[in-house]
Write a protein that binds this ligand. Structure first.
Ligand SMILES: C[S@@+](CC[C@H](N)C(=O)[O-])C[C@H]1O[C@@H](n2cnc3c(N)ncnc32)[C@H](O)[C@@H]1O
Length: 455
């Protein structure tokens, strides 16, 4: 039967269309990110709003209005398209969370009640699996674990009361994730729309001993002020994270083009809308192949790492990027125009500096200690061969890279001293839980700037 304007099929279709294209509801969203990258994320979200939401064809345009930044994330407001576009295009956000409710609480029962009142049935069904994650700052609740269980019970009880069935819990690969954020007296409930964290782009299958998270790399690139067209060089590129993030940016390849998202499993998911946004991103990726000479270069002392970088770059849609096996102490610029050098230097607890030591011996061992153990590293003393390496690395920068800006990410505060360089700025960042600094060095021909520093 052909649906008529008064028929129910028509009405359902029209309501869906209206919901998604014509009169989109506005939601509050929160995009968490690595601490230290909130300001770059604000700038990125504003760009996504302008490029991918305001102009989104068919969806009535709409907007992504960037709100306040708080330690560890940025709030924004917008329709369903805004959330989907943020998932697909943000390089810096770790996730995109949809705010479901916020309310005062004094104890676990208040949190249960608040959760139970929400219309979870609008978002998913009891046949789907779920997990609950909870973060708290100065919360008076006695047990975070118990509170997490109460939230899970409230969601399950609500769905069971309505349909007779409860969702099962799957902590490894849930269909749906509920996030709870508690302050001293306020509880906020979010529904995750990302699924796997957004730094998992889908292209980095080959890793070294100490890879950098993709969203941290992307945020650092923004902090350096690098923009496509400016030469970029990573002389210790490892698995190629900086290179892939920069090259995808230069070629306009969306970071999320090769992965799935949590929103695809939620009830309001609209395949047509998603295909439209994804189709535009796929088109941009196809066009990327025609662009040449993006002036992004990498090298590493390890041939194995370069093989991994090549495989990763190819999966990320980047081909023919110049990579060279080279000791960073012998590096030279590959462009006449100065640019930006960015490096996640090998550091104590994660990977050892390799190359020839002072007596000419080759060091090839990696000494991985427990990942993310910042404290252990803070106590660790640099070994003399590492010092020798960083002195030579600093000399290479001073002598061969005049006019360049160099950025070194490290958890070793003494690195500038070891490099015999004075940093212009240092920015506190976190690689997972590992406390790091991003040191900036302005390399001036003939002499080094000696500016006072501040965090
Ligand atoms: C911390 S890892 C870099 C990780 C990289 N950013 C990534 O995301 O995979 C440090 C890299 O420095 C390289 N390396 C160590 N000693 C080196 C040297 N003397 N010259 C050039 N590269 C070196 C290692 O092979 C390793 O790939």
């Amino acid at each position: 039967m052909v649906p008529s304007p008064s028929g129910s099929a028509y009405n359902i279709a029209f309501t869906r269309l209206q919901k998604h294209y014509m009169a989109p509801s506005l939601f509050d969203w929160f995009a968490p990110c690595p601490r230290g990258l909130e300001a770059p994320l604000v700038a990125e979200l504003a760009e996504i709003g302008e490029r991918h939401v305001a102009g989104a064809p068919l969806f009535g345009g709409g907007a992504l209005d960037v709100g306040t930044q708080v330690p560890g994330g940025v709030h924004f407001r917008g329709g369903w398209v805004a959330g989907i576009a943020a998932n697909l295009h943000s390089r810096i956000a770790s996730r995109v969370l949809l705010k479901i409710a916020q309310g005062p609480y004094r104890n676990e029962n208040d949190i249960y009640e608040l959760t139970h009142r929400q219309r979870w049935e609008q978002w998913f069904t009891p046949s789907q699996t779920m997990r609950v994650d909870l973060t708290a700052i100065k919360s008076p609740v006695k047990s975070l674990e118990f509170t997490t269980l109460r939230v899970k019970d409230a969601v399950c009880d609500r769905l069971r009361d309505l349909s007779g069935a409860r969702p099962s819990i799957d902590t490894a690969q849930p269909d749906v994730r509920v996030f709870v954020f508690l302050t001293m007296n306020e509880c906020t409930l979010y529904l995750d729309t990302s699924g796997e964290p957004l730094f998992k782009r889908g292209w980095r299958l080959d890793k070294g001993a100490a890879p950098l998270r993709e969203n941290l790399a992307a945020g650092i690139l923004r902090l350096t002020g690098w923009t496509p067209g400016v030469p970029l060089f990573d002389p210790m590129c490892g698995s190629g994270t900086f290179l892939a993030e920069a090259a995808q940016t230069a070629l306009d390849i969306a970071p999320g083009i090769g992965r799935c998202f949590g929103f695809e499993k939620l009830k309001p998911f609209h395949a047509g809308m998603w295909q439209k946004l994804k189709g535009a991103a796929l088109e941009a990726k196809r066009a990327a192949r025609q662009k040449e000479n993006i002036d992004i270069f990498g090298s590493d002392i390890s041939g194995d790492m370069l093989d991994k970088a090549r495989a990763n770059l190819s999966r990320a849609g980047i081909h023919d990027l110049p990579l060279k096996q080279l000791d960073a102490r012998n590096m030279t610029p590959l462009t006449e125009a100065p640019g930006i050098l960015v490096v996640n230097s090998p550091y104590g607890e994660r990977i050892e500096v390799r190359g020839r030591g002072p007596r000419g011996e080759i060091r090839e061992t990696s000494r991985s200690r427990r990942e993310d153990d910042g404290e252990a590293f803070a106590r660790a003393q640099p070994n003399p061969t590492d010092i020798e390496f960083f002195v030579s690395f600093g000399n290479a920068l001073k002598q061969r890279f005049p006019g360049w800006r160099a950025y070194v990410l490290t958890s070793d505060r003494k690195l500038p001293g070891m490099m015999r360089l004075r940093e212009s700025t240092k920015t506190l960042l976190f690689n997972g839980t590992l406390e790091c600094r991003l040191f900036r060095f302005d390399l001036v021909a003939g002499s080094m700037r000696n500016r006072p520093t501040g965090e």
